[in-house]
Ligand binder design. Structure first.
Ligand code: AMP
Ligand code: MG
Length: 276
């Protein structure tokens, strides 16, 4: 293993939520720098993106498997920013971004996994979920949209669903962007103050903010109960955008490398062919 690969593996390991181990989110510092330097991290992100680009092309060419990156977080933790930053420069034809808001229309007439399963990436693609089926054990639990007897069964459904995806060729990787309560306050204030950002702010964001401890508890449970080898969770420090971006990019790279996507076999007779 090269030094670069070893350092990638150790960062991944330190952020991964371990299976069957109690999780304390308060042990995870949202402002952590992971020992990185800001300027060097920006350069490294470019290098990581080049490597992701090569593997994305191979995954696309192979057309046998896909990768689903789930992003979950409190408001203003940077889900949109992460997507914009990491995906810039990749081939848009190979990416499918799906955002999940309050369910409506046919969504409410089906089970909660229906809409997410329909949005899962097809073979060859990298899918990104901006929020996901986890909302159904997070906001739905915290705001008591359904009774405990209903949401408490969902962790098992979710594990089985993600296992199905994995068995059928979709690698599931999940990142919780861990922002601090104070950083969220600053960012929500920025949204209020900046006319270009105000569209992102909803009064309801303040209600969710008041329920911070309840959300932390729900996140802790969701992450601890559903982080598996097949579909691991990562707690990504999100108070500093540059740390968040590099960490998510490295997690994505690590899993793409693990998948080892292969170019399809060449047609006979191409080797040495001279095009005239
Ligand atoms: P945003 O991602 O900030 O544009 O907001 C989307 C909103 O939809 C958030 O407040 C989520 O909590 C909410 N949401 C997403 N999925 C669900 C769900 N299954 N049930 C209720 N609310 C949801
Ligand atoms: Mg929002």
């Amino acid at each position: 293993m090269s030094t670069k690969d070893a350092s990638l593996a150790s960062v991944i390991e330190s952020l991964r939520v371990k299976q069957d181990k109690p999780l304390k989110l308060s042990d995870h510092d949202p402002a952590a720098t992971l020992g990185w330097d800001k300027e060097a991290a920006k350069l490294e992100l470019e290098d990581v993106k080049v490597r992701i680009d090569v593997l994305q092309q191979r995954l696309f060419a192979e057309e046998q498997r896909s990768l689903l990156l789930v992003l979950q977080a409190m408001d203003a933790a940077g889900k949109d920013g992460t997507i914009r930053n990491i995906l810039a420069g990749l081939n848009p034809a190979g990416i499918k971004v799906s955002s999940f808001g309050v369910p409506g229309g046919p969504e409410v007439q089906h089970d909660y996994l229906w809409r997410v399963h329909a949005a899962a990436p097809s073979k060859g693609l990298i899918g990104i979920f901006n929020r996901s089926h986890y909302e159904d054990v997070l906001v739905v639990r915290v705001k008591q949209f359904v009774p405990k007897s209903v949401w408490s069964k969902r962790y098992d459904h979710i594990k089985a669903f993600e296992e199905l995806l994995d068995d059928e060729g979709t690698k599931v990787v999940k990142c919780f962007l861990n922002v601090s309560q104070d950083e969220q306050r600053k960012r929500l204030q920025e949204r209020v103050d900046d006319p270009e950002k105000r569209w992102k702010f909803r009064m309801g964001d303040l209600e969710d903010r008041k329920l911070w401890p309840e959300f932390q508890e729900a996140y802790t449970d969701a992450l601890a109960k559903t982080s598996t080898d097949k579909a691991p969770w990562y707690v990504v420090p999100a108070d500093r955008n540059w740390v968040r971006n590099l960490a998510v990019a490295k997690i994505l790279l690590h899993h793409l490398e693990e998948m080892k996507p292969q170019l399809p076999p060449e047609e006979e007779g191409i080797d040495g062919l001279v095009v005239t």
